[in-house]
Ligand binder design. Sequence first.
Ligand code: SF4
Ligand code: SF4
Length: 351
Amino acid sequence: MNLDLGEINKCARCGACRSVCPVFEEMGWESFNTRGRILLMKGLMDGQRPDSDILDSLNTCTTCGICTDGCPAGVNPPQLIESARKQLVSLGVMTGEQEGLSRNIFASGNTFGDPADRRAWLVDRIPVLEKADYVYFVGCMNSYRYQETAANTFRLLSRFGATLLPSEQCCGSPLLRTGFDAGRFMNANVEQIKRVGAHTIITGCAGCYTTLRKSYPADFRVMSVPEFLAEHISELELKPLDLTVTYHDPCHLGRHNQIYEQPRTVIEAICSLKEMKANRRNARCCGGGGGVRAGYRDLSLRMAKRRLADVPEGADCIVTCCPLCIRNLNDAGGRAIDLVDLVTRALEPSL
Ligand code: SF4
Ligand code: SF4
């Protein structure tokens, strides 16, 4: 194994990350927290064989980034963990779930291995322009699991001239997070963005957002839906709703990209916002990211349940900006909705 030894050695083993790692909170074993994972990676570099316990340790990191944020030595553990996963996969060492997820994506271009039309949600007669400045990048979750949210988002963004990619593919996030190469899908999307001539890509998924922004060439601007809506809030005629909601910060929008205020601006233009107990940079992970929902469903739902305990009294629902968070929080018994669906309710009379 050839990992970044300098980064590994930066870790002072102080254990500050032990108290924040959401996986450690559930599992209680050192090998399931940040520091333990770093020690195991050091072992792999020293020639230790990657057995199933080591694979479970490395593959249960949700890449939430709360450890990075609080690390006094400036270590970036999820980045190290992703590079360890990548090297192990290149050696053919992976879990069955990793293999299944990658097989689905390589066979179908989407996370679910679903052969159905990716645009089945597009039932409205909204024109899909061949050329446009803005592209709505839908993502696998909204294309296949939250089709009403996809339709609501496109209806909203098409007011500003947004179009769709002719044949959108998975952005590559699930592959990159779990150690696989996503070049084929990324190149296919980039080629289509060029053909459309867009200067801005807008997405409503936190995983797509961080991937488009950090792993794609910087030839176009990448915006999240809440950023776009906050920027155009004065152009939307929103009627107030008699609701009190709370907001869950998706890790890949919040800690990874510092998008904290824009979704709150949009919510507060519509209804009352009551913050979750842990919010913004301290927000707990929903438990779904980093391939953990796909590979360790029970653990993932336990983390989601713990996140639900942060919901304040009197909140009618949780609003968030990531379909994976919505899925995981709802599967754990929560009531989470997408920001766009809230905005759509506030817009309804003028639609
Ligand atoms: S907080 Fe940083 S330095 Fe301390 S044990 Fe964790 S990764 Fe290492
Ligand atoms: S990124 Fe999150 S889940 Fe992964 S080691 Fe750090 S705190 Fe734990």
